[in-house]
Design a protein around this ligand. Sequence first.
Ligand SMILES: [Fe+2]
Ligand SMILES: [Fe+2]
Length: 162
Amino acid sequence: MLKKTIEQAFNEQMNKELASAYIYAAMAADFAVKNYNGFSRWMTAQAREEMAHAQKFYEFLLERGGRPLYDTLEKPQKSWDSVRAAFEHALRHEQFITKSIDELVNLARKEDDKAAEIFLQWFVTEQVEEEDSVETVLAKFELAGEDKRGLYLLDKELGSRE
Ligand SMILES: [Fe+2]
Ligand SMILES: [Fe+2]
């Protein structure tokens, strides 16, 4: 039996994952119109991952007899001043999501919902990777620099993401 508190919190997280996808898709579009096709491809892959995260919550809710509810998503920012500014935004956003997942773990423990707690373990680990992958890109800006040549090289490198 799924408690209402867990059902509501998991729905909120499902929508946060969808909102993440929305933000990253908007970044991908902004990069694409600025001819940064590699950065765009990387962010498109990121947006798809967020959709998959949302789907995990959707399936868990259904399996536990809950009701997935799709909410209104906030309109994402349209453009970013620089590629680096977008990645800095992405890092802040991932840190916000990590905090949100941590709070869900606390709630699952409080409600003594073992299945929810175990389900969330995957996300705890995933958030470590998510923050690390954005931090790695930001570190590359330090190395390659943000002049045209540096951006060109980074765009090429990030474009190889599957
Ligand atoms: Fe996510
Ligand atoms: Fe993420």
